[in-house]
Design a binder for this molecule. Structure first.
Ligand code: NI
Length: 225
């Protein structure tokens, strides 16, 4: 399931992040790619100086993700990796790759179930730079407003098209879900969406209670805790 979520960050949060990123040091993105992704990764990412800036920016994004109710409904996050901040200048791109299945180490090791890109640059300020996701139905390209994000299964092949003009800033991260299977997560998301909409129309009805029961019991069945 692919899902675009608007307004994860508000305009003032985006502006403040972008201001800070514009003054920060970026390094070659190959440093955090697996051996095959390294061959096609041509971007830069925020320097890990162990300093407070990176921690502060990561915390801003993580807090927004944890508070986002659509992300909670669609992803059921068990763990979210600290985000990377990537910067593509003219000519930079990230060729077709699949994300590593396991990320981090020791106690912080996660299985990547869901990949997440939070767009930070105004889409009118750069050309190219679409995130393209492949599926059996073909390819889909995404270039979202600043502050919006897309989540998609980490099992997909995907790429970032070359930026031809301007600068593309984004935060990217990965989620391990309590519900491993993407099809199961979609069923839960549909049921949850339906019961919310039913509640808005008719309040707490017998149908709402049954949908809530099914949703809770499927989650109980599928969650690995
Ligand atoms: Ni990727």
């Amino acid at each position: 399931m692919l899902l675009c979520i608007a307004d994860v960050l508000d305009l003032s949060q985006v502006e403040s992040l972008v201001d800070k990123l514009n003054q920060a040091k970026f390094v070659d993105g190959k440093l955090t790619a697996g051996w095959h992704a390294r061959m096609v990764k041509h971007n830069t990412q925020l320097h890990d100086d162990g300093g407070r800036l990176k921690d502060e920016l990561q915390q801003t994004v993580l807090t927004a993700l944890q508070q986002n109710s659509l992300l909670q409904m669609a992803a059921h996050p068990k763990q979210i990796r600290p985000p990377l901040f990537s910067r593509y200048q003219e000519g930079m791109h990230y060729g077709t790759h699949v994300d590593n299945a396991l990320m981090g180490k020791d106690a912080d090791l996660i299985r990547s179930d869901i990949s997440l890109t939070l767009f930070l640059s105004d889409p009118d300020s750069y050309t190219g730079g679409e995130l393209v996701i492949e599926s059996t139905q073909g390819e889909q390209a995404f270039k979202l407003p600043a502050g919006a994000m897309i989540i998609y299964p980490s099992s997909t092949l995907h790429r970032v098209e070359p930026v031809n003009q301007g600068v593309r800033l984004a935060a990217v991260t990965w989620v391990q879900s309590f519900v491993k299977d993407t099809g199961d997560r979609e069923i839960l998301f549909d049921l949850d969406t339906a019961r919310h909409s039913l509640f808005e129309k008719y309040g707490k009805s017998a149908e709402f209670d049954l949908l809530s029961k099914s949703h809770a019991n499927l989650l109980r069945k599928w969650a690995d805790v």
